[in-house]
Write a protein that binds this ligand. Structure first.
Ligand code: GLU
Length: 338
């Protein structure tokens, strides 16, 4: 009797164990499936907004982007990936590079030095605005997310010349986006440096004010090149995940201190979406950084990174359909950090 009881016991324990594992796997598949379906549905729902904007054309080559494109890539902290739409299209990360260069500049020089040269306040002005540089009482660019601040930050990247500085930045970008294929789009870089006259004038002004200490042209070359780094929605989604994980890579290696990660995420909330950062925070509520190439890198702390691509921009330079898509996703999955 005892033997029989024992066998029945063993069988039921195994039965329960396997039922549990089976159900768990089934649940995961179902969740993944629902997530993919949700992303697909939201991309198609919001694609119509691409008609209301325009692709950037102030840099030659950017205007070659497909205005109707819209895609999304989600990377969760527990290693799941979901995507929909034009998630695989390559585009230049443009202003999204400003968060990458800020991380490296802080690692190179420390927080105190970096923020002695550039502020932490939203400017309320367009990304390429020049006026507050001279009229404001503060003698430094308002924040590292506007061009003036980002050029000052680029000047702080360590290296013996602009080539070495940029290669260090590119290597760092590859590390934290976990994307070894990341590279420069040379045509766009040439377009940026041939037409970025406002950026030249701001950089020389900053040199005159002592904000840029080194060679101005080197700072500009690094800046133009960082804007011309090319990736996909997956690249910026992984970048978002890195920050969502407080500066720790998927393999567990810590790259940033938690304080640094916090600084970057906070500046993304307050200044990351140009002069519509406030409205974006209310509508979407997720730390994000956009670029005029059509990308938006979003960070849901402790949960996931989101990369959106939609090159049709609104008047302020943010992906129009991308913003709507993120607002819907934030609502559907309750991602608003506030
Ligand atoms: N390369 C661009 C510029 O400096 C970056 C602009 C952006 O994405 O906001 O004009």
């Amino acid at each position: 009797i005892r033997d029989r009881f024992c066998i029945i016991n063993i069988i039921s324990v195994y039965y329960l164990k396997y039922m549990f594992i089976y159900r768990f796997i089934l649940e995961q598949i179902k969740r993944g499936y629902l997530m993919e379906e949700l992303l697909k549905e939201l991309v198609e729902k919001n694609r119509k907004f691409t008609a209301d904007g325009n692709v950037a054309n102030y840099i030659p080559e950017l205007d070659k982007a497909d205005k109707n494109a819209l895609g999304i890539y989600v990377t969760t902290l527990d290693g799941q990936e979901f995507f929909a739409g034009d998630y695989n299209t390559k585009f230049t990360i443009q202003s999204i590079s400003k968060i990458i260069s800020l991380m490296l500049a802080i690692l190179d020089n420390g927080e105190e030095y970096v923020f002695s040269k550039v502020g932490m306040e939203p400017s309320g002005d367009p990304f390429n605005s020049i006026r507050k540089l001279e009229t404001s009482s503060r003698k430094k660019p308002y924040n590292p997310m506007i061009n003036a601040g980002a050029i000052a930050v680029a000047s702080m990247i360590k290296g013996k010349d602009d080539r070495e500085k940029f290669l260090r930045l590119l290597d760092f970008a590859k590390l934290i986006t976990e994307d070894d294929t990341l590279d420069l789009n040379y045509k766009i870089y040439i377009g940026e440096s041939d037409t970025g006259f406002r950026n030249y004038s701001m950089a020389y002004f900053l040199k005159g004010e002592g904000i840029i200490e080194g060679n101005v042209n080197e700072a500009l070359t690094v800046y133009f090149k960082q804007c011309s780094i090319e990736g996909t929605a997956k690249t910026i989604s992984t970048l978002g995940k890195f920050l969502a994980n407080d500066g720790v890579l998927s393999n567990g290696e810590r790259i940033l201190t938690t304080r640094m990660a916090k600084i970057i995420k906070t500046l993304m909330v307050t200044c990351g979406m140009y002069d519509s950062s406030g409205e974006f925070a209310v509508r979407v509520g997720i730390p994000s950084k956009s670029g005029v190439g059509g990308g938006i890198c979003s960070v849901v702390p402790g949960k996931m990174g989101i990369g959106v691509y939609g090159p049709s921009l609104d008047k302020k330079g943010n992906s129009l359909a991308g913003g709507h898509l993120l607002a819907d996703l934030s609502e559907e999955l309750s991602l608003n950090i506030f």
